[in-house]
Design a protein around this ligand. Structure first.
Ligand code: SF4
Length: 371
């Protein structure tokens, strides 16, 4: 395609997709809206190669809307564990229940109705409507915005309303009259495989002849990144209280950070680890024994708690340094699990819905003791 070519942007992309696009992704087997929906949600913020094994495990366990709606949230989050951005998993579960309740388990074909489901925004709804129902709707996710910003030379951060509107208007104006499903896949594929964030392969791009950024030497500066703010740093001390090969975890509230996941409880700022453990129901402290792998020497803070190796984790709005403290405890016999507390055995960690950094701490520094 050249600047004065009669071939439209959409025609060039559709022809390119047929020749060079991706045709064998597991969610492309058919136009089943359930599979397309789950894949679209998993692909938000996550690369295709990471998503594929999660997608396949998810489909094996939850092959349709009904099985997902009827599953316990813990099990859904257990299969999501490691993908991050857990609100996506919680919203999938909620949306499946809403689909059963309000739409008899069937996906609506209309973009606006799809957007009433939790976690489905304008782009995701458009992708489902285009792929599964042949609707003429535009997507404008991160990969697509990168292509459009370069192709049309759009500067400015997408999060600013006026700039965002320019992207949507352009995305809609470029839609073809037919084969919207192939076009949608094409623009996604182009962003993911050719017009990549770094080192785009302009030499094989089907729209190189009309690309403003390429012509003006602005490829590296577009799209305009989000203005940077230094993220604040936080410290979070977390308690690894264990009775031999059983560790005490806390179910986090359904909403908020790591909502619905099982985590090591956070130690309040005004308590040391042992004092906090002593406050928890149904535990009796035991002196910490030596010889626990990579632990660092006991802190003078407490004779009964031992600092393990911490790690830094980055959320979208801040960094946190997780500082784990190990305390050996005995469960008081007859004291049932109650409230948010749950005891998990070392061999059950793989199935448990844990946040990725907590899983790493447990798997590297605690689980091997009981292998
Ligand atoms: Fe992206 Fe290069 Fe194609 Fe322009 S020519 S759309 S910068 S890959």
């Amino acid at each position: 395609m050249s600047a004065d070519s009669p071939l439209s942007f959409a025609d060039a992309l559709i022809a390119w997709q047929r020749r060079c696009g991706r045709h064998d992704l597991p969610w492309q087997q058919d136009a089943d809206p359930y599979r397309v929906w789950v894949s679209e949600i998993m692909l938000q913020q996550t690369q295709v190669v990471t998503v594929i094994p999660y997608f396949e495990r998810f489909m094996q366990r939850f092959p349709n809307v009904q099985s997902l709606a009827e599953a316990p949230l813990d099990e859904v989050l257990g299969l999501w564990s490691g993908l991050g951005y857990y609100a996506r998993g919680r919203n999938l579960h909620k949306a499946a229940q809403q689909l059963m309740r309000e739409f008899a388990g069937q996906f609506p074909a209309d973009q606006q109705q799809l957007m009433t489901l939790p976690g489905i925004g304008r782009s995701t709804a458009a992708a489902i409507a285009a792929f599964c129902f042949g609707q003429r709707t535009a997507i404008c996710d991160g990969n697509v915005r990168r292509v459009l910003a370069r192709y049309a030379g759009i500067a400015g951060y997408y999060g600013e309303a006026a700039v965002g509107e320019r992207f949507w208007t352009l995305a809609e104006s470029l839609l073809p009259q037919a084969s919207v499903d192939i076009y949608t896949q094409a623009i996604m594929d182009l962003g993911a495989t050719v017009c990549t964030r770094s080192q785009p392969r302009c030499g094989v791009c089907p729209v190189q002849g009309a690309c403003v950024a390429l012509r003006e030497g602005r490829v590296a500066e577009l799209p305009t990144p989000k203005p940077r703010k230094a993220l604040p740093e936080k410290l979070s001390r977390i308690l690894l209280a264990h009775d031999g090969p059983w560790v005490l975890l806390e179910r986090r509230p359904a909403e908020g950070l790591w909502g619905g996941l099982w985590s090591l409880p956070e130690i309040p700022a005004d308590l040391d680890a042992a004092a906090f453990a002593a406050c928890l129901p149904g535990l009796r402290l035991m002196p910490v024994q030596g010889g626990y792998g990579d632990v660092v020497p006991s802190s003078p803070q407490s004779q009964e708690a031992e600092a393990l190796v911490g790690l830094r984790h980055t959320f979208s709005h801040y960094h946190v340094f997780l500082e784990p403290w190990r305390v050996a405890v005995r469960r008081v016999p007859g004291c049932a699990e109650a409230g948010p507390w749950v005891w998990v055995a070392a061999h059950e960690l793989t199935e448990a819905p844990l946040p990725a950094p907590v899983r790493r701490i447990l798997q590297e520094q605690w689980q091997p003791l009981f292998a």
